[in-house]
Design a protein around this ligand. Structure first.
Ligand code: SAH
Ligand code: SF4
Ligand code: F3S
Length: 435
């Protein structure tokens, strides 16, 4: 009998992307094949994000589009997975009657049985258990990986930090570190199929600790695999770096000199309101420490503008932080009120003030981003090549600082690390020729 088709869409962060790949494997195990064509799907899975209001709204508007598309056809099974599912499990059916199954980020390994159960009794299902340990032991049983040159591996889940604006502690649950054996096993499976770069994922990845295996020790264990050439990790909280982890950037050559270190704000007052538990000085001291270990390290960051109580002076402190660190890339957002978080009842700044500040902040960030890339022109970069571009004419790879690099395809294979002379750039990319 022909397998059924399912269509999966991932919203939000890299952890969701990782989870979506695992969901594909789970679905294959119950004879569902992934399709890229939503018109032919018999099952839809939305792996959703709840971090800002817009992310949440997008999920429901996309569900509306599917409903419209299928109005004269047999209704597909609709699965709402991910962080919206976890956060809104009690109201999702009110928000959209099109949803059949609701499954959280720590219970999606149960999808095969949930789908089978829905098929037999047609009763809507909600499962938002926080079974992280069980989840990873189920996922570990899968042998087949759609491997790429660069792959994410989730090593840590959840968050205990409770920043006042953030939904993650509620959607992903408490901090959990996955067993090092299970991670090393996944690295081996991936490296056997051509993976050269591992990006370790967690909401607080630097607080990873499994039976005395710290993140630093884990990185050393992974780097013993001769096929793995590059290791990165994201996202780290500025408070979670100890000496052992900082020193790794001078000791382990496979650990790339690029750190994503969300600052959120440069104002001590706002950082305190946010419950970030560091000051601007502490953040800058950490940057200085990294640079004293390895001056080649570059930093990227996340910023929130328009947090309740942010004055012009507070905002200028954030700009000053940007001028001091000169981040190579960054993400910036207007503060979004999230239901259930402590900051939700605070007085909001006007949308005009927020938009104006975001524009000023992004202009500053983009100027440094372009300046950073421009400095590379004429220099040689070591590039790990990943794949051909869509038109098949160029090869895409990344330099040590994660910046995309494009060259002519001749003489390059996926997984090669080659030296490239950079000839040109724009804000986001570098363009070069093989050295
Ligand atoms: N664990 C990471 C952040 C994960 S969420 C850290 O501690 O920094 C990714 C980013 O989304 C955050 O860094 C923050 O900049 C942004 N973000 C989270 N909640 C938000 C909110 N309510 N409004 C606007 N941006 C938000
Ligand atoms: Fe959210 Fe990160 Fe704060 Fe945790 S540390 S609450 S994930 S912003
Ligand atoms: Fe979004 Fe959940 Fe990731 S809220 S950012 S998908 S952890």
């Amino acid at each position: 009998m022909k397998n059924k088709n399912f269509f999966i869409k991932s919203f939000g962060c890299q952890m969701n992307e990782y989870d979506s790949n695992k969901i594909v494997q789970l679905m294959n195990s119950i004879e569902y094949d992934q399709t890229d064509n939503p018109d032919e799907a018999e099952c839809f899975i939305f792996n959703t994000c709840h971090i800002r209001e817009k992310a949440n709204q997008k999920v429901y508007s996309d569900i509306g589009k599917i409903k419209k598309n299928f109005r004269f056809k047999k209704k597909p099974i609709f699965v709402l997975a991910g962080c919206v599912a976890q956060a809104e499990s009690n109201i999702v059916f009110e928000k959209s009657d099109y949803i059949d199954i609701v499954v959280g980020p720590q219970s999606y390994h149960k999808l095969p049985e949930l789908i089978n159960s829905f098929k037999s009794n047609k009763k809507k299902i909600v499962n938002t258990d926080l079974d992280v340990d069980e989840k990873f032991s189920v996922l570990d049983q899968f042998k087949h990986y759609k491997s790429k040159v660069s792959n994410f591996i989730t090593i840590q889940e959840g968050c205990d930090k409770f920043c006042k604006f953030c939904v993650v502690p509620y959607t992903r649950g408490p901090e959990f570190s996955r067993s090092s054996e299970s991670i090393i096993q996944e690295v081996s499976k991936l490296s056997a199929t051509g993976t050269k770069e591992i990006i370790l994922l967690g909401q607080n990845v630097s607080s990873y600790n499994y039976r005395d295996t710290s993140l630093a020790k884990l990185i050393n264990m992974i780097s013993e695999n001769p096929e793995i050439e590059r290791i990165r990790f994201t996202t780290s909280h500025p408070n979670d770096f100890d000496e052992e982890l900082i020193n790794m950037f001078g000791e382990n050559e496979k650990l790339m000199p690029q750190i994503h270190l969300p600052a959120q704000s440069g104002s001590d007052k706002i950082l305190k309101y946010m419950n970030r538990n560091y000051t601007k000085k502490k953040y800058l001291d950490l940057i200085a420490k990294f640079l004293s270990i390895n001056p080649n390290i570059e930093f990227s960051s996340d910023f929130i503008v328009g947090y309740p109580g942010e004055t012009e002076d507070d905002f200028n402190e954030t700009l000053d932080l940007i001028h001091q660190v000169k981040f190579s890339t960054s993400y910036s957002f207007i503060y979004s009120q999230r239901p259930g978080t402590p900051a939700v009842n605070q007085d909001q700044l006007s949308p005009e003030v927020c938009e104006n500040r975001l524009k000023i902040l992004q202009d500053a960030l983009f100027d440094y981003q372009l300046a950073f890339n421009t400095q590379r022109v004429g220099k040689i970069e070591k590039v790990l090549f990943e794949n051909l571009t869509q038109n098949g004419e160029q090869f895409f790879g990344r330099n040590e600082h994660m910046i995309p690099v494009f060259t002519k395809k001749d003489g390059i294979n996926s997984g090669d690390i080659k030296k490239v002379v950079i000839k040109d750039c724009n804000k986001n990319n570098l363009f070069g020729i093989l050295a």
